[in-house]
Design a protein around this ligand. Structure first.
Ligand SMILES: [Zn+2]
Length: 137
């Protein structure tokens, strides 16, 4: 058994990495996050140092990658149903956040300093098939 770790994924924020870590550990994979605390301390360096890395033992890398692939990259409702585009009915819908005003930018930065989730950031869904933006309200 080797002791080398291999990076299988990178995330901009440790919260995303923690979710994936929990999912992989549920399947018995040893997971080690690298640069997690550096990025928690200063989220703005995330891009510069390549994000939070998810590392797993070399011999578990293939299994970990197949679990990652099995996690849907598309958004689901709170009830676990797929979200369909209101324009073309495609399921290739992803959630993204929009910072489109000074007010939301300040709220976003404040929430980073207070280590809160950015409550005032607007979330929208975007259809990958026809590029329509929409929200679910
Ligand atoms: Zn669409």
């Amino acid at each position: 058994m080797s002791n080398t770790f291999t990076t299988i994924a990178r995330f901009n924020y440790s919260s995303e990495a923690q979710i994936i870590k929990g999912r992989l550990e549920a399947d018995g994979i040893a997971v080690f996050l690298s640069d997690e605390f550096t990025i928690d301390t200063d989220p703005l360096v995330s891009q510069a140092i390549g994000g939070v890395k998810i590392k797993v033992p070399q011999e578990q890398a293939e299994k970990a990658k197949s679990i990652l692939e099995s996690i849907s990259k598309y958004s689901l409702t709170n009830e676990g149903k797929t979200i369909n585009c209101p324009n073309c009915n495609n399921e290739s819908v992803q959630l993204f956040s929009t910072i489109n005003s000074i007010k939301s930018l300040l709220a976003f930065l404040t929430s980073i300093f207070l280590r809160l989730l950015p409550f005032y950031t607007k979330y929208e869904y975007k259809c990958e098939a026809c590029n329509t933006n929409f929200n679910l309200e």
